[in-house]
Design a binder for this molecule. Sequence first.
Ligand code: SF4
Length: 284
Amino acid sequence: KDFRNNVKPNWCPGCGDFSVQAAIQRAAANVGIEPTDLAVISGIGCSGRISGYIHSYGFHGIHGRALPIAQGLKMANRDLNIIASGGDGDGFAIGMGHTIHAIRRNIDITYIVMDNQIYGLTKGQTSPRSAAGFKTKSTPGGAIEPSLAPLEMALTSGATFVAQGFSSDLKELTSIIEAGINHKGFSFINVFSPCVTYNKINTYDWFKERITKLSTVEGYDPSNRPQAMATLMEHESLVTGIIYQNNEQPSYQEMVSGYAETPLSTEDLMMSERDFDNLVKEFM
Ligand code: SF4
């Protein structure tokens, strides 16, 4: 199965988003699905382009709204594997309300955030993930707000799958996304995906010097939520791997009465021209 298409990405050379694209393509192939079994839904930002770079169904949505579209699609067609994606500005600023509610809803989709701690598409402004003191052209005195902690936010919002990857470690990132696709519920995956053009602080080397892989932490148990939170605190969230997974909680779909019996995608929704005209008249 080949999830590559012939569209050439127009990301800057070295952008971390290339690895996220490759990891999604490899993970989808590894779990054994077909391109017609996958839909990639994205928001706005450099990261938002990803839905056009993968051989699957795709939808490039509006800013911060990848998750509502992805959830609607999953409810209409339960047979599709859905990956929603976007940047930290997209998901943690304008889209944050959707992010928290999708997490607590536990609907069976995989959400990948390409976290570069800056707005890249608009040429480098502070994002909710920029650290306090982070300077840009539009904040020359440095950000005065502290940075958001997405993994802790996900854990306290009731997430059943929380993971973090790094663009420089394609093998681990692929296996995390694979686990996310296989998870029966909402999978929240934050990826350190450096913006090589506008973020000169949080570079590949910056992360390499600081990241701890959870696979090297003795006795780490991803089913232990208090341990997950304590480990994040201890390492200032600079860890990669599956941080927390709960396989016991039913997904949203499993709890919706009638969902499995009558998927919308199998119903004949074609409307005659006359019925359509009558419907329009009702609203005139
Ligand atoms: Fe990637 Fe930054 Fe270039 Fe956007 S501006 S494509 S995030 S390196």
